[in-house]
Ligand binder design. Structure first.
Ligand SMILES: Cc1ncc(COP(=O)(O)O)c(C=O)c1O
Length: 382
């Protein structure tokens, strides 16, 4: 029996066909596939601007440069997060403050952000970075109201949430529409909703951010009338995604609803057959006005359950099931130099002790879903 990973891409013959078509074009980078993919993204999000780039990390870097995050700017982000936001803001010299998270969803909330502002006596917050852990968009409108109240920028790290959406005042909005944020970013890594191999996306309605983003993505170069004339107006990098990658992403984007539908079915199967009526696990209540990208299935062990999550992970590993931690709190890494008071991170500590991610991806068969469920049930019966 092969290992069952927690996530995996799904590639079909249509993907192969479009990628091979891209390879036969005159331009295999900065060509039509890039433009077409970006147009499709704009339509999908209903945002004014969307650009592709080489990774989710590149997308974050581009977004931070567009907002002009620089030395000593105050940035608040969740303590439970992938490390990209932290590393990038550190590299830019920003003052980073971690906010605690809800103990079940693992997500920062407007209340934990306010607590972070109070505890650290922060005066002028420049940016809040939210992250929809697992793909489940939480507190969008509340964060938007908070952003307006304290007059800061709001960046959605939506790397897990491509394909997610939310409802507000009888309207549906896609994550990436940026109707209630300044800028959103996504990853097109193979484990995400759709893939381009490696890749990322920035979406915004702010023309100024878009123009800066485009410049920063390609060396800060502005072209003149003739092809040999150009100027460099800012210190950009090369974060361009090739047409080969964009062709794969375009093909995948055309199937995004199918991908999300299947992930939702797997989520519901776990809930019905593993979580409901089982007091070994917490049922995680997500925002009813939001619809997830179902990137992760978070299994939250209940507090009365004394079993160590690492032992469960070891047991699953022996049974060829690869579970994962998403994520180790940022303040536990060596790269994080400040001392933290763990009393201020009770949500993150609980979440970290109690939560693992189970396999969820398009090609995960019913047989393997049931195998995962039965192995876990067996573990708790022992
Ligand atoms: C929340 C989050 N942000 C940023 C990233 C970075 O994306 P990439 O791996 O495409 O650079 C990831 C990737 O896993 C992520 O999960």
């Amino acid at each position: 029996m092969k290992f069952i990973p927690y996530g995996k891409q799904s590639i079909n013959s249509k993907d192969l066909l479009l990628v091979s078509k891209s390879l036969k074009q005159e331009l295999i980078t900065t060509g039509n596939f890039v433009n077409n993919f970006e147009n499709k993204l704009r339509k999908y999000f209903s945002s004014k601007y969307a650009i592709s780039c080489t990774s989710g990390t590149a997308a974050l870097h581009i977004a931070l440069k567009s907002i002009d995050i620089k030395k000593n700017d105050i940035v608040i982000m969740p303590a439970i997060n992938f490390i990209s936001s932290y590393n990038l803001c550190s590299n830019l010299g920003a003052k980073i403050f971690l906010a605690d998270v809800d103990k079940l969803t693992g997500q920062m909330t407007p209340e934990t952000v306010m607590k972070c502002i109070k505890i650290n006596k922060l005066k002028k917050v420049k940016l809040i970075i939210t992250m929809y852990l697992g793909g489940y968009p939480e507190n969008i409108i509340k964060f938007y109201n908070l952003k307006r109240k304290i007059k800061c920028y709001l960046l959605e790290d939506a790397c897990h949430a491509l394909g997610g959406s939310y409802r507000f005042r009888n309207n549906n909005y896609k994550i990436g529409s940026c109707k209630h944020s300044d800028i959103s970013i996504f990853s097109l890594h193979p484990l995400k909703s759709i893939t381009s191999g490696e890749g990322g996306v920035v979406s915004t309605n702010n023309k100024n951010f878009f123009l800066k983003a485009k410049l920063f993505r390609s060396h800060g170069i502005v072209r003149g009338k003739n092809h040999w004339e150009y100027d460099v107006v800012l210190n950009g990098l090369n974060y361009r995604l090739s047409d080969i990658n964009c062709s794969l992403a375009m093909s995948q984007l055309s199937r995004i609803n199918t991908f999300i539908k299947k992930r939702k079915q797997i989520y519901q199967h776990y809930i019905k057959n593993l979580i409901k009526k089982n007091n070994n696990f917490n049922f995680i209540h997500y925002d009813k006005n939001s619809s997830s990208g179902f990137h992760l299935f978070l299994l939250s062990l209940s507090s009365q359950n004394r079993l160590n999550k690492k032992n469960l992970m070891k047991f699953l590993f022996k049974n060829k099931i690869l579970s994962q931690f998403h994520y180790i709190p940022i303040y536990k890494f060596s790269v994080f130099k400040e001392k933290v008071n763990l009393n201020n991170f009770q949500g993150a500590e609980f979440y970290f002790k109690k939560t693992i991610s189970l396999p969820i991806y398009f090609d995960l068969s019913k047989k393997n879903q049931n195998y995962v469920i039965n192995r876990i049930k067996f573990y708790f019966k022992k």
